[in-house]
Design a protein around this ligand. Structure first.
Ligand SMILES: NC(=O)c1ccc[n+]([C@@H]2O[C@H](COP(=O)([O-])OP(=O)(O)OC[C@H]3O[C@@H](n4cnc5c(N)ncnc54)[C@H](OP(=O)(O)O)[C@@H]3O)[C@@H](O)[C@H]2O)c1
Length: 333
């Protein structure tokens, strides 16, 4: 089926598996209930969490809708929704999954009005990734604090979250050391504000981080790669440093014995998720306002390097998993 043949094209999975389990179907939508709204998407964001949900690494009930990020226009509002009106331009990163569609009815709580200057595709490319960079750089702090000039390490620095983080870290005066999987990706990270970039597929990145920091190590490692980088990340932290694990692109991190943290310098370990931070409307709006501000004044530019039609979502997943993307990917409903 082509999307135009459907009243409301949407993507679902009926089994966990590879990109081939993504199927386009017709998902009629009704009127929003209390606390809900109906949105007509103009653009949809692609995120690595969509891959985890598709494969079942993050299990859920089947059949299952996917997608946690989108932007568009409010078509209808349910009772009790006071922060938005019909016709508003909006964007969100939110549960439950289901943004891979033209229209959806969803909870309004985490949907934010979009500032005039931010286009729909930019918004769809930045809400989940940008709010993640926001809570990691602004709300996930080492005990010894984080000040201008401090070194932090950010893995996968040329990815969707990564390129936003490089720019935001520079705006905060941090010296972000980025890792990435090719010379081209390293150049991209540097062009977006990383102070140093290391090709971790070719170089001994642990030795390089030690060298760059004069043997001191970094105050924080932001690690979304997971299995492949976890141990090395602990090795490049300063005493009392913070390991902020927030993803598993290479596979989940195996269980860790707390004694390891003592042996490597009384380290702190946290595993963060955006959805703990988006705990209510006020917090979500405050985080989004910070993101809108850095995008509006140009401190952070949102880079969309891949665009796909919603019907080609399997190709988009294949590219993301094959490490063949940079920056953000957007789907067109
Ligand atoms: N916990 C949270 O709140 C939260 C929120 C948003 C995102 N995340 C996590 O942050 C990460 C980035 O998300 P994103 O959507 O912006 O994706 P992305 O960074 O654009 O893509 C993932 C990148 O991870 C790197 N990577 C390293 N080993 C890999 C492997 N074995 N397979 C695939 N990729 C590998 C690749 O970059 P290189 O080629 O440069 O290695 C790849 O491009 C993901 O792990 C995601 O789950 C977590």
């Amino acid at each position: 089926m082509t999307p135009s043949a459907l009243s409301n094209p949407a993507v679902r999975i009926r089994a966990h598996g590879g990109p081939e389990v993504l199927e386009l179907h017709d998902a009629p939508v009704g009127e929003p209930g209390p606390g809900q709204l109906r949105i007509r998407h103009a653009a949809i964001g692609l995120n690595f969490i969509d891959v985890y949900q598709r494969t079942g690494l993050y299990p859920g009930e089947l059949p299952r809708a996917l997608g946690m990020e989108g932007a568009g226009v409010v078509e209808a509002i349910g009772a009790g929704v006071t922060h938005l009106a019909v016709g508003d331009r909006v964007a969100y990163a939110a549960n439950p999954p289901g943004s891979y569609c033209l229209r959806r009815v969803m909870p309004a709580e985490h949907v934010c009005r979009l500032p005039e200057g931010i286009a729909f595709d930019t918004a769809a490319a930045m809400m989940l990734k940008g709010l993640t960079a926001q809570y990691l750089l602004r709300r996930t702090r080492p005990v010894e604090g984080l000040e201008a000039g401090d070194f932090v390490l950010w893995h996968a620095a040329a990815g969707g979250v990564g390129l936003i983080a490089c720019q935001w870290a520079r705006a905060l005066g941090l010296q972000l050391i980025g890792t990435a999987g090719s010379a081209e990706k390293c150049a991209l990270a540097l062009a977006h504000g990383a102070a140093h970039a290391i090709d971790y597929r070719r170089e001994d990145w642990v030795a390089r981080v030690r060298e760059i920091t004069g043997g001191q190590g970094v105050k924080v490692v932001y690690d979304s790669v997971g299995k492949d980088t976890f141990e090395g990340s602990l090795d490049v932290l300063r005493p009392f440093g913070l390991m902020a694990s927030f993803g598993n692109a290479s596979g989940p991190v195996p269980p860790v014995a707390p004694g390891v943290l003592a042996a490597k310098g009384s380290l702190y370990l946290t595993r963060q998720t955006l959805f703990t931070h988006l705990r209510d409307r006020a917090t979500t709006q405050a985080m989004a306002d910070e993101l809108f501000a850095v995008v509006a004044d140009g401190r952070v530019k949102i880079r969309i390097d891949q665009r796909h039609a919603l019907a080609d979502v399997a190709d988009a997943h294949r590219a993301l998993e094959a490490r063949a993307t940079t920056g953000s990917s957007v789907l067109r409903p």
